[in-house]
Design a protein around this ligand. Structure first.
Ligand code: BES
Ligand code: MN
Ligand code: ZN
Length: 514
């Protein structure tokens, strides 16, 4: 993570200077001082380059200072768009856009003195998020090719306010980085066991972490997740993480005092398809089939990192979907923890099997106030929504609206998709309670219908739990199209996006913190 500091406005003696400029605005503050020190070179260069401060515009001025004068080695002006329309999202995008233009310098100063402190922090967030790089397995890269940027100083008139705005954002950025790291790891390194170890690292932040293995799963009757896992030599794990920021948990053994909000992630560390094996081309992408789980882990780290006043539980079902002599067959019938049986028509529709058992467990144990799952569940959601929106399915209009709104504010867009009985019919089975695929039409919707069969109801054993009856507000996010990007975005370099961490952190902050 970049080292972000906030300082009083002063001309830097070296390094890069980032100059955010609103559209058609005169240079003020530090920008004007710099122009004066450079003998008018800054204004001249920006005019010559026809730089107007529009969104997405940038202009690099090399060696702007006259001989012998101290100052930055380059100035990078970035456009903020119209001054009257300046938002946190625009400031973040400008910060993200600036990052690649200064990363070959060790230090950068941002002349953010014309921006209010919360927007200065948003600009820093853009730079921090864009600076992400997964470099762990590069051993032969030349020094010159490596990014050098370590420190960014934001010059602002109100250092304490900007610092206060940045502190929780930094915790969220750390959570996003953690999610991206997990998704980027190759599948020979990240398997259910090593992923569970990464969950346990969250104990340092005050999260209570328990790991269930196959023995516990058998006891609980989790035939669905176990069926998926049985083809792999890597045993399955379920991580149960509790951040009890409202009940004063903070690492000590505690129980949620009210109903917690629950997050559930699909953590398939590699999806070959199993016996219904996938084609070879692009199969390597299926290392990211644990991105929903990574988002839940990153989210728990973010909530704990910023000491959020919320009771939140995060559960991740971790398995590897492999073909083998011991693998699940198409045609197998498995019994889920809820007691419902599933005919496994296609072993490649494994995510819903994993989630079903984890959702039942979550409701039986925690009776959550609301439950949100994230999963790279279907290729069909990419056909429907491309890479621009995650698919959102929900049985609760209020919860759905909260997620859509958080998506608009964080750039993690979600588009609500329908649910309904007509779709549910697609997963009727001739010999079991349901089958795990509903055919090609509306493939993401029938997958969501499958999940909805495990919402509420529970196993009926514990009538005190919300799961045993009543309405459990639930939302499912199909992130198959948004977990990974093949092109650079303003605050997301190509690769793992960490989608879901910022979205759900924002939703918690807006609606679930006391
Ligand atoms: N993990 C995949 C979904 C996926 C596909 C994610 C492409 C990201 C990119 C999931 O387990 C899967 O294989 N789904 C099948 C379901 C089908 C067998 C009903 C699919 O989408 O083809
Ligand atoms: Mn699959
Ligand atoms: Zn999958």
């Amino acid at each position: 993570m970049l080292d972000i500091t906030f300082v009083k406005p002063a001309l830097p003696r070296g390094g890069a200077l980032v100059l955010p400029v609103a559209e058609d605005s005169a240079l003020g503050g530090l920008g004007a001082d710099l122009d004066a020190a450079a003998g008018g070179a800054v204004k001249r260069a920006l005019d010559a380059a026809d730089f107007k401060g529009r969104k997405g515009q940038s202009c690099t001025i090399w060696a702007p200072m006259p001989d012998g004068a101290a100052g930055p080695s380059r100035i990078v002006a970035v456009g903020l768009g119209k001054a009257g329309e300046l938002s946190a999202e625009a400031a973040e995008a400008a910060g993200g856009g600036a990052l690649p233009l200064v990363r070959s310098e060790k230090e950068a100063t941002v002349a953010a003195d014309a921006m209010p402190p919360d927007l200065a922090a948003a600009f820093a967030m853009g730079m921090a998020l864009r600076s992400y790089r997964f470099g762990r397995y590069r051993t032969t890269e030349k020094e010159d090719d490596k990014p050098k940027l370590e420190r960014v100083a934001l010059a602002t008139g109100s250092v304490p306010d900007a610092k206060a705005a940045w502190a929780p954002m930094r915790a969220v950025a750390d959570g996003v980085f953690l999610a991206r790291d997990l998704v980027s790891e190759p599948p020979n390194v990240l398997n259910p066991e090593t992923m569970a170890e990464r969950c346990q690292d969250l104990e340092k932040l005050g999260v209570q972490v328990e790991i269930l293995g196959p023995k516990e799963m058998k006891k609980l009757g989790m035939g669905a997740i176990l069926g998926v896992a049985q083809g792999s030599v890597n045993e399955p794990r379920i991580a149960v993480m509790q951040w009890l920021g409202a009940s004063g948990g903070n690492g000590k053994k505690a129980k949620p005092q009210g109903k917690p909000i629950a997050f559930i992630g699909k953590g398939v560390t590699f999806d070959t398809g199993g016996i219904s094996i996938k084609p070879a081309g692009g199969m390597e992408d299926m290392k990211f089939d644990m991105a929903g789980g990574a988002a839940v882990i990153g989210l728990m780290a973010a909530l704990a990192g910023r000491r959020a006043k919320v009771d939140a539980v995060g559960l991740v079902g971790m398995v590897e979907n492999m073909p083998s002599g011991n693998a699940q067959r198409p045609g197998d019938v498995v019994k889920t923890m809820s007691g419902k049986t599933v005919e496994v028509i296609n072993t490649d529709a494994e995510g819903r099997l994993v989630l079903a058992d984890v959702m039942s467990y979550c409701q039986d144990r925690f009776a959550p106030a609301a439950m949100v799952d994230l999963a790279t569940l279907t290729g069909a959601i990419i056909v429907a929504l491309g890479h621009e929106n995650a698919g959102l399915f929900s049985n609760d209009d209020e919860l759905a609206a909260r997620i859509v709104s958080a998506g608009k504010n964080t750039g993690e867009a979600c588009w609500r998709m329908p649910l309904g009985d007509a779709y549910d019919k697609q997963i009727k089975s001739d010999i079991a309670d349901m089958k795990n695929v509903g055919g090609r039409p509306g493939g993401s919707i029938s997958a969501a219908q499958f999940l909805q069969r495990f919402v509420g109801g529970g196993n009926g054993k514990d009538k005190d739990k919300g799961a045993a009856n009543g309405h459990v507000p639930w939302a499912h996010l199909d992130i198959a199209g948004t977990a990974w990007t093949t092109k650079d975005l303003p605050s997301v370099p190509k690769g793992a996006t960490g989608f879901g961490v910022r979205l759900l952190d924002r939703m918690v902050a807006a609606h679930y913190e006391g």
